[in-house]
Design a protein around this ligand. Sequence first.
Ligand SMILES: NC(=O)c1ccc[n+]([C@@H]2O[C@H](COP(=O)([O-])OP(=O)(O)OC[C@H]3O[C@@H](n4cnc5c(N)ncnc54)[C@H](OP(=O)(O)O)[C@@H]3O)[C@@H](O)[C@H]2O)c1
Length: 245
Amino acid sequence: MSDQQTSAIVTGASRGIGAQIARQLAADGFAVAVNYSSSPEQAQAVVSEIEAAGGRAAAIKADLADPAAARSLFDQAEALLGPVSVLVNNAGMMKLAPLAQTGDEMLEAQLDLNLAAPIRLIREAAARLPQGGRIINLSSSVVGFYQPGYGAYAASKAGVEAITHIAAKELGPKGVTVNAIAPGPVGTDLFLEGKSTELVEQIKRLSPFGRLGTPEDIANAVSFLASPQSAWISGQIIRANGGAI
Ligand SMILES: NC(=O)c1ccc[n+]([C@@H]2O[C@H](COP(=O)([O-])OP(=O)(O)OC[C@H]3O[C@@H](n4cnc5c(N)ncnc54)[C@H](OP(=O)(O)O)[C@@H]3O)[C@@H](O)[C@H]2O)c1
């Protein structure tokens, strides 16, 4: 990549892990598209923080459950911030239920946002990212935990891992790397919703470090994968989970 500033799209960057990925990539020198769907104030607050630190960013609304959103997000990011060289597929949702109680609405919502949206965004990225471009997908370590209740969510993330390997092979000839980060539990809204303090303490002990991951832990790994230093790493899944699995 040349020294000219390029931009990075971070989906679901208004809160949680995505917000920290946006701050980190801005600190790394990218102009950052802070995508959100229903939290405009929080997305704008992330943009303001980035600007206050001397970076460039824009909040871009796009509900990624809408099939038309992938193209519109890329169009808006390019118009506001210039050529996109990094796509981080971070937006996601987790709804837990045993498979026997997994209704169609809950199933479709998770498959749509967690799996179909990254596929549509990779399709756009394939046509637009330059040589040296980077795609980083967010999977989850629950893909390997096989915990009851996680069926639909883990299936959507297993799909993300499959497309990561396949996209790496398809886009390698264009000089674009594709990798995934599979975090263990991170103390965000997505993880904490509906969990008792006792359960959170129990989950902390899955890691030999005895704590939850932080958005910074994950954003640091994304920062490496977005950098020129990761040029020879593609088609890999990094389980950023403090040794939990
Ligand atoms: N936290 C964990 O323990 C953990 C572990 C493993 C993997 N992950 C993965 O890491 C990623 C981030 O998780 P998180 O914990 O940071 O989640 P979070 O705190 O719940 O944040 C989710 C983000 O996704 C956005 N979003 C939700 N629906 C959207 C839609 N339809 N279109 C566009 N954006 C949408 C939200 O924006 P709005 O508020 O604007 O809708 C928000 O910015 C997810 O893919 C998740 O599966 C998380």
